[in-house]
Structure formats: C-alpha cells, structure tokens
Design a protein around this ligand. Structure first.
Ligand code: S3P
Length: 169
C-alpha cells in the first residue's frame, strides 16, 4: 500500500509523512527529493534553468515511476503534483494508493511559508506576508478542486503532529 500525502506547500506533507512512516514501519519518499536526485539539481535550480513546464513534465514522469516501483511507502507529493496533467486520476485509479489531503488554513500556511519562501520558486519573489497571503488565497482557489478529491481530508489547524498522525491512522 502507498499512502500519498497531498496539500499546499507548507501543509506538513514531508514532516508528517516521515513520522507516519516510522509509526507504520513504512518507507518514506518525498517526490521533490526524488526529482532533485534524479535530475541532479535542486528544485529552485530546476525552475531557474529549465523552467516550470520542464519541471511539471518530470514531476508527472517520476510520480508514475515512484508509484509503479514502490510499495509500503508514505509518499509526500509537491503542492502542485495532483493539479497537473492526469496525475490526480493516476493516483485515484490505483487500488494500491490511498490519498490524504493535509488541509491547513490560509493564514497559517502564509505564516509558515513566509519564513521558508526561498526554497519555493513559485513564492520566493513575494516581499511581504500580505502579498503572500493574497497569492496563496488565489492559488488555493485554483487548486482546492484537486485536493478535495483525495480519499481522506485531515484538517490540521491547531493540531499537534501526534494528533494529525492519529487522525490519518
Ligand atoms: C510546488 C510545490 C513544491 C515543489 C515546487 C512546486 C507547487 O513542493 O514541488 O516548488 O507547485 O506547489 P512543496 O509542496 O513540498 O513545497
């Protein structure tokens, strides 16, 4: 079984995924790290040198590769992964995959992401927390239709890591 965590940037997919994997005695895989490793480049560098369209093509390619070559694994996707191409349907149609949406409110996402925006090429240009808040609001409006199709939704506001993991379990 693969448990695939989806959700916006900063929603805790990697942090929660690692701990969940330990609890379940599963492996953990972060799709961004997998892409970086395979492409021999960090994600910001990949966006800069090859562009977002190239990144999205590779993201789709490596998502399919990961799904077909792994089992008993928690997979943290990139925030955009389920929102491009046929990626979401590939996940939903696979009987070996459970999708889980980690849902965090926009103000909390914004607060968390402001400090870490350099690592994320889609938001690294935003100068103030107000700009980021506005950007996230519009961006999530486009993406939530994809996230909402996950098998399970876990609202994570004001919950400890332990509580989130219990909810997923
Ligand atoms: C992206 C999210 C990032 C990474 C890339 C694009 C997005 O992953 O894949 O910067 O489109 O939301 P995280 O959700 O792990 O930050």
């Amino acid at each position: 079984m693969l448990v695939v965590l989806i959700g916006y940037m900063g929603s805790g997919k990697s942090t929660i995924g690692k701990e969940l994997a330990t609890v379940l005695n599963y492996s953990f895989l972060d799709l961004d790290d997998y892409i970086s490793h395979k492409e021999n480049s960090s994600i910001p560098e990949l966006f800069k040198t090859k562009g977002e369209i190239y990144f999205r093509k590779k993201e789709t390619h490596y998502l399919k590769e990961v799904i077909s070559t792994h089992d008993n694994t928690i997979v943290a996707l990139g925030g955009g992964t389920p929102c491009y191409g046929n990626n979401l349907n590939v996940l939903l149609k696979n009987e070996n995959v459970i999708t889980c949406f980690l849902k965090l409110s926009i103000p909390l996402l914004s607060k968390r992401l402001f400090k870490e925006r350099e690592k994320r090429p889609l938001i690294s240009h935003l100068k103030t927390e107000e700009d980021l808040l506005e950007f996230i609001g519009k961006h999530i409006f486009e993406r939530v239709q994809y996230y909402n199709q996950a098998d399970y939704t876990i609202v994570t506001d004001n919950k400890s890591k332990q509580e989130i993991i219990e909810d997923i379990l």
